[in-house]
Design a protein around this ligand. Sequence first.
Ligand SMILES: NC(=O)c1ccc[n+]([C@@H]2O[C@H](COP(=O)([O-])OP(=O)(O)OC[C@H]3O[C@@H](n4cnc5c(N)ncnc54)[C@H](O)[C@@H]3O)[C@@H](O)[C@H]2O)c1
Length: 350
Amino acid sequence: MKRALITGSSGLIGSEAVAFFDRLGWRVDGIDNNMRREFFGPDGDTSPNLRRLRATMRQFTAHDLDVRDREGVARLVREVEPNLIVHCAAQPSHDLAAQRPFDDFDVNAAGTLNLLEAARRLCPESPFVHMSTNKVYGDAPNEIPLVELETRYDYADQEHHHGVAEDCRVDASLHSVFGASKLAADVMVQEYGRYFGMPTVCFRGGCLTGANHSGAELHGFLAYLARAVREGRRYRIFGYKGKQVRDNIHAHDVCAAMLAFFEAPRAGAVYNLGGGRGNSVSVVEAIARLETLCGKRLQSEYVDAPRRGDHICYISDLRRWQADYPHWRLTRSLDDILLELAAVPTEATR
Ligand SMILES: NC(=O)c1ccc[n+]([C@@H]2O[C@H](COP(=O)([O-])OP(=O)(O)OC[C@H]3O[C@@H](n4cnc5c(N)ncnc54)[C@H](O)[C@@H]3O)[C@@H](O)[C@H]2O)c1
């Protein structure tokens, strides 16, 4: 029986990965200490996901472990001997990182190194999937010429139609403290592939989403927006007239990419992974659609200053990934995702 070790296993992507591999008959060990609650308060609490997984998975063991605990991580990797490592634990917010730079770096960069080094010593042949982010490019994507349309920004030139590719530069740009710690982790994951020949991949995520996201104002764009519409919360739109664009991918499709990589791993691979142009949406467009789906008006407030380093228009160019893994497909459209988020019962996100 195959075994997967998944960090951040109570979070959005980690919990989806636990369920995904459990359904395939794998034995899954998860690492999560619910640090998301500590980062974001009650909105960030991931314990409902843990309870759901404990109640419904067939072969899942949850470990209340901190990825900063180097010895603890090594001990668990030795015990589990995983065939696959999926690393999703992180401090995921731009804005919070500036307030807690040591926690951010210790979790995102040092936590990743703890896991990589344990893998190198104990299971170097096992594919290592790292959830990276498009924030590794900093604000360099904002240099792409844009046009302002009625409800969104878009790329002005046809050559950028497919979005941002992996050769976008990663330095000489403003990353946020979070982007910088994630870039440190991303480069380290690549290095363990290139220097040590390990089968590692960085998936540089666009907006990853799904019903199990504990959406908080500081992290989880669509999940938090849907929550605000459903629960009648006041929502703040930060800058760019709400025309900033994100591409959204459902957590299930991210997990399918993990499996594709497991079946045909490479060393030191890097891919942008998002919803692509077809799943892109601006803030004001998403608000309009969610209001229709929920049958409620959102109370919103415009803050005339964008978040620092925020992307104006970000669409993941998926062509490198699709060329290397042609059987993988996006299976959830933007509207499928919005319908799912509109239908989340309030207590399920608490
Ligand atoms: N959600 C997105 O839009 C998005 C976009 C791009 C990249 N990513 C990346 O994907 C990964 C997963 O994101 P997510 O949205 O599932 O985040 P999430 O916050 O929902 O899940 C992360 C989980 O890690 C746990 N965690 C945090 N610190 C920990 C620690 N020190 N030890 C153990 N567990 C810890 C949290 O409690 C949480 O359950 C992250 O690396 C994130 O940076 C996410």
